[in-house]
Write a protein of this length. Structure first.
Length: 114
């Protein structure tokens, strides 16, 4: 763990960056757990997440995430899976309690870019 340039060496993620990464990890992990319970066959799963934070803001102002899924399941089931994921993701609950807006969507794709 590190601090930004001027306050630290800026060679490792900050605590806030780890918090953002933990949300992406939680969404991906819980999505897979929920998909398995729904008997959705997921071939690939990737979560892209961006957090908004102004220069003078003490914390994240908003989060935008996309869950990319390769599957034969219909979009309606993928959206239901995402809804259940966001209701049970414990890290997402922390963001909600902090009143940080989260815009999370799911995209059905043929291939996931690395």
């Amino acid at each position: 763990m590190d601090l930004p340039a001027g306050k630290g060496d800026d060679i490792a993620p900050t605590a806030l960056e780890y918090l953002v990464m933990s949300l992406a990890g939680c969404i991906g992990t819980i999505y897979k757990v929920v998909a398995d319970k729904m008997r959705l066959k997921i071939q690939r799963l990737k979560v892209d997440l961006e957090a908004e934070k102004g220069e003078d803001d003490p914390t994240v102002k908003a989060v935008h995430a996309t869950v990319y899924v390769k599957t034969n399941a219909p979009m309606a089931k993928l959206e239901k899976c995402l809804d259940l994921t966001m209701k049970t993701c414990p890290v997402g609950a922390l963001y909600e309690k902090a009143n940080i807006p989260m815009d999370v969507k799911v995209n059905l794709i043929e291939e996931v870019e690395e």
